[in-house]
Design a protein around this ligand. Sequence first.
Ligand SMILES: NC(=O)C1=CN([C@@H]2O[C@H](COP(=O)(O)OP(=O)(O)OC[C@H]3O[C@@H](n4cnc5c(N)ncnc54)[C@H](O)[C@@H]3O)[C@@H](O)[C@H]2O)C=CC1
Ligand SMILES: O=C(CO)COP(=O)(O)O
Length: 367
Amino acid sequence: MTDQSGVRPYQRLAVIGAGAWGTALATVARRGGHDVTLWARRDDLAAEINNHRTNSRYLPDTTLPDGLRATTDMAAALKNADAVLIVTPSKSIRTIAAQTRPHMSPGVPVFVCAKGIEADTGLLMAQVVAEEIPGHAVGVISGPTFAIETVQDHPTAVTVACNGDPSEALPAARMALTLTTDTFRPYVSNDITGVEIGGAVKNVIAIACGILAGAGFGENTRAAIITRGLGEMKELAVKLGGTRETVTGLGGIGDLMLTCSSTKSRNFSYGAQRGAGVAEGDVFDGRPVVVEGRDNARTVTDLARSLGLHMPICEMVRAIVVEDHPIGEAFAAYWAAPIEAEPRALDIAIAHPAEDAAAKRFEDLLP
Ligand SMILES: NC(=O)C1=CN([C@@H]2O[C@H](COP(=O)(O)OP(=O)(O)OC[C@H]3O[C@@H](n4cnc5c(N)ncnc54)[C@H](O)[C@@H]3O)[C@@H](O)[C@H]2O)C=CC1
Ligand SMILES: O=C(CO)COP(=O)(O)O
């Protein structure tokens, strides 16, 4: 083990995005004694955080720490920052990164905390930020973390990743130290790709688990989807240069376990409502809720297709949420696929002996 006891924490953090996860990470850093400025898009939210120590829309019934400052002024948020976290939904990461660029001091590292892949380009979030803010070290923070539980001080672990030689004092190690508190425990990684693919794919698999739970299937089905989904995640990560070990870590299987088994997950809840027959427009009673997996279903499968990879569970979710296929038809197509090997590296494909019957069963049963 390399002794990195000379590593120093960052002192002044700018957290860009005052939704649930941005506010939670700002809270962790502030509880760790650091100087934290939280950038919010809306004046009323910044005022609420400053004046009442609450963020009632995104983190109801919680009190934020004293000294956590919020602002809508990007220049002010970034003025003295020695590290920056960007915590908005993945769709907005390029725009937000571009907004930060004119105000960023030289050499300040940027950590992206969104879980997604950019539509059209197929780029991972760290790649998007690197394009928009060239010359800065870029890392990611990911893992099994419901924002509300983090703020409520439930012991929570994350992975902080930067690319590079792990024996060096990487920005990831400094950020891990910065965010360490008595209840928040970061681990350090040098595999951004593996961590990012984990975060994007787990959202899609969580929708699949939600759909099947909402449709009335039980734990056997969920365990099958989580496990086979992990296999899809691993193949994509490895194809892009990530490692299997990362996929079996917090940002991979850790986040899959969390998100695929809890109604606290927006992805799972969205799926559960669709599986129970709620129409797309009526999910969450029509409220706008960030469900990254809806976009990820398309971006993950587009990326996989471009690499010649087949991700059958992600394709099933895409068929349902992007292409509006009936759930029964999409699940039947997945479930009645030819018999194959586990792992898929063994090249076996035997036609399903009761393909039509299996298909019919689910087409009749599911919405
Ligand atoms: N909520 C959670 O428990 C966790 C969320 N994440 C990830 O964090 C990212 C952000 O999610 P949440 O904070 O949960 O979302 P949220 O819905 O709670 O908040 C999103 C924030 O981004 C802002 N925003 C949205 N679109 C924007 C745009 N175009 N320009 C500028 N600001 C914009 C909103 O005003 C809001 O402050 C997502 O990628 C999510 O997967 C990761 C771990 C945990
Ligand atoms: O990423 C998350 C937990 O790690 C949050 O999950 P949801 O976006 O599904 O709510």
